[in-house]
Ligand binder design. Structure first.
Ligand code: ADP
Ligand code: ADP
Length: 239
C-alpha cells in the first residue's frame, strides 16, 4: 500500500552556486524512497543535509529538479494546480517548527480555519474540534488567543488544525524545535498514538531522542540517504 513513491529525485536550488562555490550543488541527490500506509518515518541528518527539502518535495510543497514523485498513485508533475490544492487540503496535514497560528483568531477558530473551505455543518465542526482539543489537552484554551497561550499549547493547536480534515499523511518539520523537553515528549507521544490509529507520519528532526519515536529512522548526508534503520525489525541498510 504505497502512498508516496520518489524515483531518483534530485534538487538543485541554484545552479549558479556551482560556479560560485565549486562544491556540491545538490540539496537532494538521487533519492529513491517509498512511503507505505502506516509508516512513521523520522528523517534525520545534520543541518543542510536536505531534510527539509526532502520533506517539501515529498509533501508537494516543492518540486524536485529531476526525477519523479507519485503520490496516491498520481504523478505530481501531471496534477493541475487546482487539483493539487484540493489534494493537499483533503489528504495531507502539515506542522512546522513555528506554529503559524493566525494571531487575531481564537484557538478554536484557528483549528476551524481549514474547515471553512469545506462543506461541514457547524455542529460537525464543533464536535470534531472538541474531540481533537480533548486528545491534545487544549479544551480549556479554545476561547483564548495565541498570544495568551504557551508554546506547547500553540504547537498542539497547530497539530489540531493539521488534523481537522483527517489527513492520511501528516508531515512535520522540526515540530518540537521550539518546545522544552516535557512538551516535546508529550507531542511525540501523541504522534505515536495517532500513528497507531493509522495516520502515516513523516517527521524531520535533528534530535535523535525525538526521532526514536518513529518506526523508521532515515539519515541524510549531503542530500543522499546514508542509512535506514527499521526499529522493530532491527534491520539496517547502508547506502
Ligand atoms: P536541512 O533541512 O537538513 O537543514 P535543507 O533541506 O534546508 O537541509 O537544505 C539543504 C541544502 O539546500 C542546504 O545546502 C541549503 O543551504 C540549501 N537550501 C535549502 N533551501 C534553499 C533555498 N530556498 N534556496 C537555496 N538553497 C537552499
Ligand atoms: P532547518 O531548520 O530545516 O535546517 P534552515 O535553517 O536550513 O531550516 O532553513 C530555514 C529556511 O531558509 C527554509 O525555508 C529554507 O528553505 C531557507 N533556506 C535555507 N538555506 C537557504 C539558502 N542557502 N538560501 C535561501 N534560503 C535558504
Amino acid at each position: 500500500n504505497i502512498l508516496i513513491e520518489a524515483n531518483n529525485i534530485s534538487k538543485v536550488y541554484d545552479p549558479d552556486i556551482l560556479l560560485k562555490r565549486g562544491k556540491n550543488i545538490y540539496a537532494l541527490n538521487n533519492i529513491n524512497f517509498e512511503l507505505q500506509k502506516g509508516d512513521f518515518i523520522s528523517i534525520m541528518g545534520p543541518s543542510g543535509s536536505g531534510k527539509s527539502t526532502l520533506l517539501n518535495c515529498l509533501s508537494t510543497l516543492d518540486q524536485p529538479t529531476s526525477g519523479h514523485i507519485q503520490i496516491f498513485g498520481k504523478h505530481l508533475s501531471k496534477l493541475h494546480k487546482n487539483d493539487l490544492c484540493e489534494f493537499r487540503f483533503q489528504k495531507l496535514g502539515f506542522v512546522f517548527q513555528n506554529h503559524n497560528l493566525i494571531p487575531y483568531l481564537s484557538i478554536f477558530d484557528n483549528i476551524a480555519a481549514p474547515l471553512i473551505l469545506g462543506h461541514q455543518q457547524n455542529q460537525e465542526i464543533e464536535k470534531r474540534i472538541h474531540e481533537l482539543a480533548k486528545m491534545l489537552e487544549i479544551e480549556k484554551i479554545l476561547d483564548k488567543f495565541p498570544h495568551e497561550c504557551s508554546g506547547g499549547e500553540c504547537q498542539r493547536t497547530a497539530i489540531a488544525r493539521a488534523l481537522v480534515n483527517q489527513p492520511e499523511i501528516l508531515f512535520c518539520d522540526e515540530p518540537t524545535g521550539n518546545l522544552d523537553s516535557k512538551n516535546s515528549h508529550k507531542l511525540m507521544t501523541f504522534l505515536s498514538q495517532l500513528n497507531q490509529q493509522e495516520t502515516t507520519i513523516v517527521l524531520v528532526t535533528h534530535d535523535s531522542m525525538i526521532a526514536s519515536y518513529g518506526k523508521t529512522m532515515m539519515y541524510l548526508y549531503d542530500g543522499g540517504i546514508k542509512t535506514v534503520i527499521h526499529r522493530n525489525q532491527a534491520s539496517q541498510k547502508q547506502f
